[in-house]
Write a protein that binds this ligand. Sequence first.
Ligand code: S3P
Ligand code: PEP
Length: 468
Amino acid sequence: MGASAEASGAAPHWPAPFAEQPVDATVRVPGSKSLTNRYLVLAALADGPSRLRAPLHSRDSALMIAALRQLGADIREVPGDGAFGPDLEVTPVPANSSGDDVAIDCGLAGTVMRFVPPMAALRRVATVFDGDPHARERPMGTIIEALAGLGVTVSGEDGGMPASLPFRVEGTGQVRGGHLVIDASASSQFVSALLLVGARFTEGLHLEHSGSTVPSLDHINMTVAVLRGAGVVVDDSTPNHWIVSPGPIRAFDQRIEQDLSNAGPFLAAALAAGGTVRIPDWPEHTTQVGDMWRSILKDMGAAVTLQDGTLTVTGGSEIKGADFAETSELAPTVAALCALASGPSRLSGIAHLRGHETDRLAALVTEINRLGGDAEETADGLIIRPSELHGGVVHSYADHRMATAGAILGLAVRGVEVQDIATTSKTMPDFPQLWADMLGQRSSAVTDTAAPDTARANTAGTAGGPQH
Ligand SMILES: O=C(O)C1=C[C@@H](OP(=O)(O)O)[C@@H](O)[C@H](O)C1
Ligand SMILES: C=C(OP(=O)(O)O)C(=O)O
């Protein structure tokens, strides 16, 4: 395994476990990245100390914590009851604060590179932002133009107006706010970033989107919900307009839901390997896009129930192809399942995935086809047709969701290796262990009957289905 990787000094490829038997597991996943980083931002802007219970501890949350500390927030780990690490206590950034110029590393975290620059404008010092090599490719122009529109000077390395990282924000201490028109068609995070800080602008913020569709609307709704939870008045009654009234952001004590998007690969295992996966503590009401798993996996042939707070997914006799619109950050996981399906699938409304951790549409087509699949890019998504898959190396492009997509494929196809599995640490550092634990949990009852093993034989030869 991974001989050439070892020779070059890179970490060896991760041999994706093949499911010799159906899975039968109860899985818990760490806290939501999107909720953790929103609550961290709000806590840093709030009117007193706040506490996050059972937050995510991963690269993206560590980058956010480091960024907020650079802005002057005091963030401490305190013992909590979460299974994945301590709670966090946050003392906010002092209002109108000054100090030395600071540099912030955004890594590859969209939430850090989009949410933190508008906060830096509220300090009376300069803040320089940069990130991983690919972070410089991610769309940032809208945030930079928005800051300029709000009267904040942003300059690139050559002193001119930049279109991407790296750049320098000259904090003005106060931002007047008011009506601001942006084009958020490349990322919902542009809207979320400005809404999160809008209550701290002197006149609040009337944000208007003008352009083609805003993607990932669920994530904007999440932002509006967390703001309202902290006492901020937000009017989102007119499509493409968000009005945030000026006022304090109330300090809070908040438990973070588990990451339902990251629950996806584990739930998908019930289809890829056959068998059953249960996730306890599935929220009854949530703003997380990952709640869509309930309908997505049903459409793909699984039996899905939510009872007494536990989501249970049982794979059917085949994985069905289907059409899915606007799957947002769930798309790589959905695409992996589509590559194992017995019929064709179309994913649409995800053109903006080209600006994610990598160009996800290109990456998914390349990696699925590398294993013998039949995937094709469209203007706004993917078409994936049935095809018999074989083993090979799935490249992860520093993208946690490409790495977990490789793991899903590996359950059903012998000889899959994932290059740079460690990149899952962006949002789920324990992924390899959690995956091994899930596969180690098979009960003898399920192993003995092994029904999906034989049932899947129908699809294996013709459709790239699980090759047991
Ligand atoms: O605000 C957020 O927490 C996120 C918004 C979405 O971004 P895009 O709108 O760029 O897809 C999503 O894909 C990302 O994983 C997290
Ligand atoms: C797009 C994603 O991340 P980011 O927050 O870096 O945009 C993602 O996690 O799928």
